[in-house]
Write a protein that binds this ligand. Sequence first.
Ligand code: MSP
Length: 663
Amino acid sequence: MSRKFYITTPIYYVNARPHIGHAYTTIACDTIARRQRLLGAETFFLTGTDEHGQKIERAAQAAGKTPQQYADEISAEFRQLWKRMGISNDDFIRTTEERHKKRVQELFRQIRDNGYIYKGTYTGQYCVSDELYVDGAQPGDPCPTCGRITETVHEENYFFKLSAFQDKLLALYANPEFIRPEARRNEVISFVRSGLRDQSISRSTFTWGIPVPDDPKHVIYVWFDALANYLTAIGYGSSHPGAQEAFKKFWPADVQMIGKEIVRFHCVYWPAFLMAAGLPEPKTIVAHGWLLFEESKMSKSRGNIVRTETILDVLGSDALRYFLLREVVFGQDGSFSFDALVQRYNSDLANGLGNLASRTLTMISRYFNGEVPYPSHASKTAADDAIAEVARRTIREFGALFDQFQFSRALEAAWALVAAVDKYIVENEPWALGEKRDEESRSRLATVLYTAAEALRIATALAYPVIPDATAKIWVQMGLGDIKKLALSDLGWGQLRLATKLGDIQPVFPRADKSAIERMQKMEEEQRGPVAETPAAPAQANAPQLAPGAPAATNEKISIEDFAKIELRVGLVKVAERVPKADKLLRLEIDIGTEVRQVLAGIAEAYAPETLIGRKVVIVANLAPRKLRGMESNGMIVAASLEGGKPVLAGFLEDVPAGARLK
Ligand code: MSP
């Protein structure tokens, strides 16, 4: 019976369209899943979307949609994108599916029956953006993860007895394989050592979630619901024998891949929930770092995302996959830039593997009629043996590094083989041998081209999980058929069959020129639209965010569609305070109906903070956030600007509700 392998991505929130930060997690998992399939494991690769909770409910409201409509649309975007990228997931779970909802309730029931759930009252701070209860925070405190102001929650909830699992969790972390990399493991250990409080696992002040069994006034906390996907997708809690079989076969998961910001949910709450349900924990949880763009984490709220589609349109999916896994040291943060992407593409793919494939196969075509030639013992040199040795070592090293999630080092090793063969070709000058007609030269030419082709085959086989499209093409060009049928565990030197007939030879990675960078940048700028691209921002970088009054008069007219892009809303000032060491600046917390925003405004010289509390203002709600004095400003207040720059806030004569849109 074959070995099984179960790997999962986190499930993606549907409040944001997919960007390359999301693609990063998915690509890493896809690569691992593909390698495992070639190693003969019965592989199950799961991904999906996380669709419940207050964050999604509010985002849907703001978009004027029902949460279900909203979730349907964005979930479909994730599915389409993964399909376009050829992601090889075996299932895609949505938390709004019936199968999931029923099975989550089953898990809740099981844990309750085991005595780990009780009813109580929660009073404390909550971050809707991270769907996180922030222990020990006071009203007005920011979320420790995202910096947004937390909201006060006071509600009857169900609690999970997390405090009962401290010792068991610490015992689990004694296994160094459970949390990787080591730095994350250490963080988790010190967090758990400092003591665990029971955790609220239901909410009762909104409805967009899975009802608590036997008490439908409550919905299950979105993280409990979401984490359970790893079980529900493979059949947990189903009465269907097929599903039960699948669950027995695949659980516990072999690898659960996550980003570093969700380590606590996965490494503390998740194993505790499993222990409470009497289920085994996953074997390994691997946390990767963040993809940064313009020096901060790429995310919708920062407005600095890069869409995957742009890269797919210009360079293709393999280029992105290779870049992310080669350039970013797995586990650490890594910067994305179009320049670096194109540079890597050209140096490693177009000039590296792509060039090696085309020159080797073209010469076999030209000199040996498109059939893999016979190497001869008589014409063998130490240089040929050296290449065979490098190839053997690369197979070993690549496997060891890759299976330790050290993708960039594994790829470095594989590309060192490509570079060694390039050098070998240059030194052995097959083109010169090809011009000669004598037996000896011909026999030497056969040996050199066989050696190059065999090394190419090995590099291609190793690279397949990372660049599946291009390697599949090279495989066909080498006359080897379907690369998915390759048995990676048997990969060794000398298996390339003599007289194999090559297929049609085409370049797999055409070189990209400078215009590729410009095209991608332009596509992204167009997507961001005029508001985000040229915000009506004050001239100095550090100036407070306050809408300027009358624009410098221009005759240029904008369309109603342009105007509609600016989301103006009524906001209610909840908190206003001076910012230390900034004479002009006030820090405001403004309720815009769907959420409370922190806005920094340069109005301190015109308004005393206490006069603003309870006042209705107009806020530009969809302005990309920016940092001022180390704090995030999330929106801009609209004011008339009088002579001398004195601001006068816009307001209303009639009463208007917070959140109302200005049109
Ligand atoms: N819904 C939760 C996960 C629930 S799993 C039971 C969630 N979703 S998310 O959409 O915000 O993030 C999903 C994954 O995308 C995470 O692993 C996260 O780290 C990853 N990324 C999102 N933006 C990212 C970057 N800029 N860089 C790298 N990965 C990032 O969290």
